[in-house]
Design a protein. Structure first.
Lengths: 80, 362
């Protein structure tokens, strides 16, 4: 699974990265986590608000930090 | 929030976890509690300052009473209004706004850009991705600018605070000026073809044809889903603004208690013409959220600062700030940045002068 975290290094972006890592650990999943802070890449992905999260190339949230249960739900559906 | 389902549910994949009446059963007691607290705030702040802290009437007691009354009152109003607006707005995303704006004619576009700027919540740390996304969708620069200018100036929290602290008339003026500033600034940007001063990679993006990304179809949201969304928004926005409110009211309270009554009226009350550009210039290095500035506005007006000067100062503080400019520098050349700042300062100054002339009595 490819996970991309889009953010310009603001506090909320780091919080999102941490939330994703925690969720992965709890579910003992491994994934290819990438952090993108380049605005051009964000533009190409069609992202309007940071922090944003994409799973396997699909943007699932932007402009907010999803809560732990939401994350778990998304990760399960991608994995299962 | 003891009884709610928002903890375990995903908005986009769950239909609803409870029938609507169960959500209502959660909302109604919360509302009753809200009303109860709200109605007793003023009395409680007097009791706290005069009886518990034992302060005799004076500047300190006055400032503290104001602070202990205004802070919780404003925080409560914020809670309620963010919930209500979020409930109504549930399902509307910036992606929709972008796709909607990309097909619009210019003149309609400025107005809509400004209006969308007002109703969509916006964090300044997102201004660059938003700017890029709008530009890549071939939305004219002026429309994006209208959005960017209005967005920090107007939001539901600000409107409620203005209405509550300063009355309907002032709120209407504020809204008209905020939207007008966005529309005029946007219009002006397109007239002078400001897009030639965008960063080179953006000019390229504007020329190449790019598909506007599709959005997943959004279904009609159920009552419970709206409730879940609204609760989430309340948490997010409240976290973001509570400190600003306290700082704003604290500063307002200090002005309230310590600045002599009518101090401004005596020194600047004649609306000397230079006081407006001075106020606007002072607002640039100062930066605060619109939520924090409203209580300060109230205090300034109470102390007799003319309405135009107050409005000009506060709008300049909110709309133009160094952190924002540093961020915009990444996508704009300095010419565009200078035009952007200059246009806004000019609009605020002219508005201030106009208001001071026609709106002497508040």
């Amino acid at each position: 699974m490819d996970i991309i975290i889009y953010g310009s290094g603001c506090a909320r972006c780091r919080a999102l990265a941490k939330a994703v890592e925690t969720a992965l650990q709890e579910m003992s999943l491994t994934a290819n986590v990438k952090k993108v802070s380049d605005f051009k890449e964000m533009m190409a992905a069609g992202i309007l608000q940071t922090p944003a999260l994409s799973l396997d190339g699909k943007v699932v949230s932007s402009g907010r930090i999803p809560d732990a249960n939401e994350l778990r739900l998304w990760l399960t559906s991608k994995h299962g | 929030m003891p009884c709610s389902c928002h903890k375990s549910q995903d908005l986009s994949t769950t239909r609803s976890c409870q029938p609507w009446w169960k959500s209502m059963a959660c909302v109604l007691p919360a509302l009753a509690l809200w009303v109860l607290i709200y109605r007793h705030l003023e009395g409680a702040s007097h009791v706290l300052v005069e009886t518990i802290l034992g302060l005799s009437p004076g500047p300190l007691a006055q400032a503290l009473t104001f602070f202990f009354y205004d802070t919780p009152k404003i925080l409560l109003l914020v809670l309620l209004m963010v919930y209500v607006i979020a409930w109504l707005r549930a399902g509307l995303q910036l992606e929709h706004v972008r796709n909607f704006l990309s097909g619009k004619r210019r003149l309609v576009g400025y107005l809509l850009g400004a209006v969308f700027g007002a109703v969509t919540p916006f964090c300044s740390c997102s201004s660059i991705p938003l700017f890029l996304g709008f530009t890549a969708a071939h939305i004219p620069l002026g429309i994006t600018m209208a959005f960017l200018v209005t967005s920090p100036l107007i939001n539901e929290v600000a409107v409620v605070l203005l209405w509550n602290l300063l009355g309907g008339q002032f709120t209407s003026i504020y809204l008209a000026v905020g939207l007008g500033a966005g529309i005029i600034a946007g219009f002006f940007m397109d007239i002078i073809r400001a897009e030639r001063w965008l960063a080179p990679f953006l000019q390229e993006a504007m020329q190449t044809k790019q598909e506007i990304p599709e959005i997943n179809e959004t279904r009609r949201l159920s009552f419970t889903q709206r409730h879940v969304f609204a609760v989430r928004e309340v948490v997010t926005i409240f976290r973001r603004v509570w400190l600003w409110v306290i700082l704003g009211v604290g500063l307002g309270a200090a002005l309230h208690g310590y600045l002599p009554e009518q101090w401004f009226a005596e020194h600047l009350g004649d609306g000397q013409f230079w006081s407006v550009p001075l106020a606007v210039t002072l607002g640039i290095p100062l930066y605060t959220n619109v939520t924090g500035i409203v209580p300060v506005m109230e205090s300034l007006l109470l102390k007799g600062l003319p309405a135009g000067t107050t409005l000009a100062f506060c709008m300049s503080t909110v709309a133009v700030s160094f952190p924002e400019l540093l961020m915009l520098k990444q996508v704009m050349r300095w010419q565009l940045l200078a035009v952007f700042v200059g246009t806004l300062l000019l609009i605020f100054t002219l508005t201030g002068w106009l208001l001071n002339t026609v709106y002497v009595q508040l």
